[in-house]
Design a protein around this ligand. Sequence first.
Ligand code: PDD
Length: 288
Amino acid sequence: MSVFLNGSFVAPEQARISVDDRGFVFGDGVYEVIRVRDGRLFEGEAHFARLADGVAALALAPKGDPIAPLRGLPGIADELLARNELTRGEATIYIQITRGAAPRTHAFPAPPPPPTIYAAARVFTPPAELRARGAAAITRPDIRWARCDIKSVNLLPNVLAKQHAAEHGALEAIFVRDGALTDGASTSVFAVIDGELRTPPLTNYILPGITRRVVLELAASRGIPARERPIFADELSAAAELFITGTTTDVMPICTLDGAPVGEGTPGPVARQLQQALEARIAGAPAP
Ligand code: PDD
C-alpha cells in the first residue's frame, strides 16, 4: 500500500510527519473525503473547489501562489488509486493540508513553512444493509465554532457527538443550534414536513455538503418540492421523513430520533427515491 506525503508516494509506515506539525499541535488544517467508484472520483471538482476554499479561508498557501498546495492533486488521487489497485469497485480518497511544521506559536509562523500535504486511498464498503433498513439518530447541542462552513480538521465536537451516538446505539448525532438542526456530526440533514423536502440553508454554521447539493439537484429534476429552509427540532414530531446525506453515507433514512419513531418508523418514499437516484449518479448511469 502507498500513501502520498509532501511530494512522494511512500508506504504508510514510512510516512513521517513532524511533532511540530501545526495539524498535530493546533488542528491547523483542512481535509476532504472523496467517493470513488471504478476509479472515477464522484464530484471530484466540487471537492477540490471546497478544499481550495478552505485553503484560502485559513491562508494555508504561500503568498502569491494561492493554489500551490492544491496543484496536481487530481493526478495524485488517480495515481493513488492505480498504485493501490483501487481502480475497480468502491474506494475513498482522503486529503489533508496543514500549515506545516514550525516551533509552536499561535500566530502564523514567519517565514511560513511549506504546507503538509497528505493523501491516501482506501477501499470502501457502503453500508448497504443499514441503508435499506434505516438508522437511528440522536440530537445533540451544536457546540461547534462559528465557521462550520470550513472543512477543518478540528473535529472534536463531532467526535464527541458521534461517540455519544455510538454509546446510545445510534449511527449519527444531529446538531441543534438555537432550536434548529444544523448538520449531522459527519452528514447533512433533510426532513420531509408538510409534503415538502427541507434542508437547512447554508450559513457559517453549516458545512456546504456536496452530497446535499447533489440531492437538491436530484429532487429538483424529479419534481420533488424542496426548499432550503430551517428545520426546527420541535417540528420533527410532525416530520414524515428524516434522512442524512454525505460522501460515505449517501442517503441514509433516519427511522428513529432520540428513541422515537420518525413518521412511520421505516424508510420513506422520498428518501428511497433520492437514494436510488444518487446511486445512479455515483454509478454514472442515466438517472432512473
Ligand atoms: N463528512 N456535515 C459535516 C459536518 C461533515 O463532516 C460532512 C462530511 C458533511 C457531508 O458533506 P459531503 O456530502 O460533502 O461529504 C456534512 C466527511 C465525509 C467526513 O468527515 O468523513
